[in-house]
Ligand binder design. Structure first.
Ligand SMILES: [Zn+2]
Ligand SMILES: [Zn+2]
Length: 338
């Protein structure tokens, strides 16, 4: 019922695309990351909680219809509904029902609960089209509460040595998740302008985030040494960063599970924190949704397809133009301006 075309994933009986990579008339968007929500569609349909993010990134005047999670809409010959994906604010899985056959497109998803996105919902289906960003057994996430405590410990210890703490994180999703876990009693918090804009979208949707200082030169001087700075990875080594004096630099990402990634960036610390499902979470979702077939859109699809086929599951890779966490990093990083 959903096929890959040159424009994207196309639902023929509904006449719409899901996260298309070329300009089309009707696009259903799973979430605001730039490899899934692209500019130039004539009409957009997305979850209500993603409205501010999409308008911010794609233009205030886009033609956008929103749905509450679970609300059903008839489009052409199909019924469409959106269900929480647990990935970032407003992220949704798309459920498409056509003559009793249900297909679910996960977009990006994360099974673990956090305060900045609605909890992932398992949606039973006949066919599953899933992301596979971290589809290797080596990706097994530690408890995020423990990661948060490590982060705060690291911040305290840097502050005691008069070093500003810097955590690189993607401006949409990861930054807010890190921020929500910070303890402002340790020191002042700054965020890069690209992150601040996204924070506004979260706050408008009732997500609690600690207050952040405006990174103007005077304020930076005052709290150098004890502060915590959140910035997109592209700002590493930028002139803006030099204003923070002596620093300790870390990154929060699922990729930090693999030591080489941290060494490549010459970081002091790597915090394993991902907005995606790990290997076990991907498998659990594929098994528990009851699907008869699964197609994997982006990430380490080959390893996962092989593993599933060995278990007798009808699995295949579906080539798309979604980028995964590293691609979202480059595209969502924003400029160097605070
Ligand atoms: Zn994403
Ligand atoms: Zn993605």
């Amino acid at each position: 019922m959903i096929v890959r075309t040159a424009e994207g994933l196309f639902c023929e009986p509904g006449g719409f695309y899901i996260d298309p990579w070329r300009q089309v008339e009707r696009a259903v968007i799973t979430h605001g990351h730039s490899d899934h929500a692209r500019w130039g569609m004539q009409h957009y349909l997305a979850a209500r909680e993603s409205e501010q993010i999409l308008r911010h990134r794609l233009g205030q005047d886009i033609s956008l219809q929103t749905l509450d999670y679970g609300e059903r809409l008839r489009i052409g010959d199909v019924h469409v509904s959106l269900h929480p994906a647990g990935h970032i604010l407003g992220s949704a899985q798309v459920r498409v029902e056509y003559r009793g056959h249900v297909t679910v497109v996960t977009g990006d998803f994360k099974r673990e609960a956090d305060s900045t996105a609605r909890n992932f919902e398992l949606v039973p289906c006949h066919s599953l089209i899933s992301e596979c960003t971290f589809g290797l057994p080596v990706y097994k996430w530690p408890d995020s509460g423990a990661v948060r405590r490590e982060m705060l410990e690291w911040w305290r210890s840097n502050a005691s040595e008069n070093r500003t703490s810097i955590i690189y994180c993607y401006s949409l999703g990861k930054a807010q998740r890190v921020l929500a876990g910070l303890d402002p009693s340790i020191g002042p918090i700054w965020v890069h302008g690209a992150i601040e804009k996204m924070n506004g979208c979260y706050r408008q949707n009732g997500v609690f985030l600690p207050e952040c200082g405006k990174p103007d030169p005077e304020a930076i001087k005052d709290a150098r040494g004890t502060g915590m700075v959140l910035a997109p990875p592209s700002t590493d080594q930028s002139p803006w960063m030099k204003k923070f004096g002596k620093t300790s630099r870390a990154m929060a990402s699922g990729w930090m599970q693999v030591r080489g990634r941290r060494r490549n960036r010459a970081l002091d610390r790597g915090f394993v924190l991902s907005d995606h499902s790990d290997w076990d979470g991907l498998i659990a979702t594929i098994m528990e949704c009851g699907c008869e077939s699964v197609r994997l859109t982006h990430g380490y699809t080959a390893a996962m397809v092989r593993w599933l086929q060995e278990k007798g599951i009808d699995a295949s890779a579906l080539e798309t133009e979604y980028a995964g966490e590293s691609g979202a990093d480059a595209a969502d990083a924003g400029g160097n301006d605070p």
